[in-house]
Design a protein. Structure first.
Length: 187
């Protein structure tokens, strides 16, 4: 269904990634730059590599493969999950997931990946960090409010929470400033 000589499904985790090739079979590599290089060396010409968007883990490999000129697709994990369910697969391992991703790519038209620029990648990281700080800031505000509702909050607890809130506000402001600078730079 696709124009590639071989399709590879990749199931990636923190330390390793499992690969299943439509002709090649299964292999496993370390999720680091040495593993990435070994993986590229094992790929035949005109291959398509397909992986799920897994938050942090897929990003480095996807960027590495893209920058090395390989055809790569990053697909929605829910689509693959539904595909596996339709096939009534009962076994759930990293090896079987890599094979399922490969079969998904062989059965469906998958979009090619467009790598993020360095500025876009930094913006993405900054947005994730800001989201984390905003959640912490809300939790801290709620904690301050809860302590105030008690009537006589401990001065030490109250001051500590206020310092924490001040620090979080400063960090959020710094991130906002950096994002604005990056957007101006990219324009």
């Amino acid at each position: 269904m696709n124009k590639y000589k071989e399709t590879f499904g990749v199931d990636i985790s923190k330390d390793v990634f499992d690969v299943h090739g439509s002709e090649y079979g299964h292999s496993r590599f370390k999720n680091d730059s040495s593993g990435f290089r070994l993986f590229i060396k094992s790929l035949p010409q005109d291959s398509l590599v397909v992986m799920e968007a897994t938050g942090y883990y897929h990003y480095r490999l996807a960027q590495f493969l893209y920058k090395n000129g390989l055809a790569i697709s990053v697909v929605n994990p829910l689509s693959v999950k539904r595909f596996i369910q339709m096939k009534l697969a009962k076994v759930k391992t990293d090896k079987s997931d890599a094979k399922a991703i490969c079969n998904y790519a062989l059965s469906n038209k998958v979009p090619l990946y467009n790598a993020l620029t360095d500025v876009q990648a930094e913006c993405l990281q900054l947005f994730r960090l800001m989201d984390s700080y905003l959640k912490k800031r809300t939790a801290t505000k709620n904690k301050i409010h809860g302590e105030e509702v008690l009537g006589i909050p401990s001065k030490y607890v109250y001051r500590s929470l206020k310092r924490d809130l001040k620090h979080l506000n400063k960090e959020v402001k710094g991130i906002e400033d950096r994002l604005l600078g990056l957007v101006k730079q990219d324009q």
